[in-house]
Ligand binder design. Structure first.
Ligand code: GLN
Length: 244
């Protein structure tokens, strides 16, 4: 069987609240199903070939870190990421990384970061931080499912009309604390405010990404072998019940 290739974008600057755990979890759930998996780190200064990888991950970071990587984005990564998105590569982008997929971010103190415009969304900073455990409903492999996570952002994100949210807020703030939307879903890109990290906390969502990766790679419907994940699901249920 071919190797599943993961590209971790900016592991050096965008890694809040253990976002890297998402890569560890996805790799682990693939390996437990018999796949071999490689992870390529693409920090500042390292170019990405968008056709080479099956899955791209980009974590969150503070305004400071987002500003630090602006030059590296225009030097090549922005183009590579846009190509990967349009080629329907599977991608998970968290918080600061999710904002970066959009058009721009205006910080609360008046700076503007022009981002990559891969997704039709923009972000505006507010003085109030949106912080805490939160929960949203999204479409899972077997119908609607609840996702639990942790958010901490001052940016309020607004989606353009054609862009679908990833889910609907049940508890917490999500994209902007106003319209009950959370995250964005475009082609095979999943953007979310959920740190946590989201995948170990929500194994069913990790499997949705794995299924999408395999379907994109092999161009046919995939049924995933179930895994023994009683403890993971108990932890997930505990949080779902706490946030209900
Ligand atoms: N700069 C962002 C904000 O505060 C992102 C924060 C994050 O990634 N947690 O809105």
């Amino acid at each position: 069987m071919d190797e599943i290739k993961i590209c971790h974008i900016y592991p050096d600057v965008l890694n809040l609240y253990g976002d890297r755990g998402n890569v560890v979890c996805l790799k682990n759930r693939l390996e437990r199903r018999g796949f071999s998996v490689s992870v390529f780190d693409a920090p500042i200064g390292i170019a990405i070939n968008p056709t080479e990888f099956d899955f791209f991950f980009i974590g969150g970071g503070q305004d400071f870190e987002q500003e630090v990587l602006l030059r590296d984005l225009t030097a090549g990564k922005a183009n590579a990421i846009r190509t990967a998105v349009e080629e329907e590569k599977v991608m998970l982008a968290i918080c600061g990384g999710y904002q970066l997929m959009g058009e721009y971010y205006k910080t609360w103190d008046g700076r503007q970061y022009d981002f990559i415009g891969a997704l039709d969304l923009y972000t505006v900073g507010s003085k109030k931080r949106m912080i805490g455990n939160f929960m949203f409903e999204t479409e899972g492999i077997n119908g609607p499912t609840n996702i639990v996570g942790f958010e901490n952002h001052s940016g309020k994100t607004y989606l353009g009309k054609p862009l679908s949210p990833l889910g609907r807020i049940l508890c917490g703030y999500g994209n902007n604390g106003e319209d009950k939307t959370e995250g964005a879903h475009y082609k095979n890109v999943f953007g979310t405010y959920s740190h946590g990290p989201i995948l170990p906390k929500n194994p069913a969502f990790c499997d949705l990404l794995i299924q999408t990766i395999l379907e994109r790679k092999y161009d046919k419907k995939q049924d995933l072998e179930p895994l023994e994940d009683r403890l993971e699901n108990l932890a997930n249920e505990y949080m779902v019940n706490r946030l209900k």
